[in-house]
Design a protein around this ligand. Structure first.
Ligand code: 13P
Length: 252
């Protein structure tokens, strides 16, 4: 079912004590809120997953990882597998983030493998896509996003893709303070939903959640989320302070 989601991607931030404090603050604040069909997801760095899933058991948020390796186990020093995440009750995992595409050279095929591996272990992938500034300037942004979906996502079967969350994150908006306008976000989200409809079915396209990410904050969240095809946000910088993150949750 199509869900409204606000997910916080902490990236490589926070010490253990800071992480503990932030999770506790979010948990306490959510106690007083009615979330109905909204999901709030915290995606801390790997070392803080256990503390986060422990608190999540008694709270209203869910937990996501920021990365995964697409094998169940083996000699992959430094990596974390889907069964490990599943065994810790991690429910979501971000993949395809532009930072991993850029700094870790993750390509379409590798992301397709990650998607398959996560779905096999009942973890909901948050699949990120989005263009860089030069691609938008050259008016290639639709083509770029279409290729990312075609090459990594659209090999999935209908009943698999219905368990995926898509996040549109224009790279030029990430960490820059320059968000996509509500119109730009809506236009791309409608385009993505249209691609899902064409590949699978209109019904399925209406059931899939598409999040916006890129300088989404307490001030602009309401306007971005008011668009019919924007089902919430994947939040970076503004997820690191509980007041800001909760204001975004309230804007949903
Ligand atoms: P910012 O919200 O810091 O722009 O980051 C967005 C992002 O990359 C979330 O995954």
């Amino acid at each position: 079912m199509r869900k409204k989601i606000v997910a916080g991607n902490w990236k490589m931030n926070k010490t253990f004590l800071e992480a503990e404090e932030l999770v506790a603050q979010v948990a306490e604040a959510l106690e007083k809120r009615k979330l109905d069909n909204k999901a709030v997801v915290l995606c801390p760095p790997f070392p803080y997953l256990e503390l986060t899933t422990d608190i999540a058991k008694e709270s209203k948020f869910q937990v996501g990882a920021q990365n995964v390796y697409p094998e169940d186990n083996g000699a992959y020093t430094g990596e974390v597998s889907p069964p490990m995440l599943e065994s810790m009750e991690v429910e979501y995992c971000i993949i395809g983030h532009s930072e991993r595409r850029k700094y870790f050279a993750e390509n379409h095929d590798f992301l397709a493998r990650k998607l398959d591996a996560l779905l096999k272990h009942n973890i909901i992938p948050i699949f990120c896509c989005g263009e860089v500034l030069s691609e938008r300037k050259a008016k290639k942004h639709f083509k770029v996003v279409e290729t990312q979906l075609n090459e990594s996502l659209f090999h999935l079967k209908k009943d698999e893709v219905s368990n995926v969350v898509i996040a549109y994150e224009p790279v030029w908006a990430i960490g820059t303070g320059v968000n996509a306008t509500a119109e730009e976000a809506q236009e791309m989200h409608a385009f993505i939903r249209g691609l899902v409809a064409k590949k699978y079915s209109k019904k399925l396209s209406e059931e899939i959640s598409i999040l916006y990410g890129g300088s989404c904050n307490a001030k602009n969240a309401k306007e971005l989320f008011s668009n019919p095809d924007v089902d919430g946000g994947l939040i970076g910088g503004a997820s690191l302070k509980s007041e800001d993150f909760l204001a975004i949750v309230d804007a949903l």
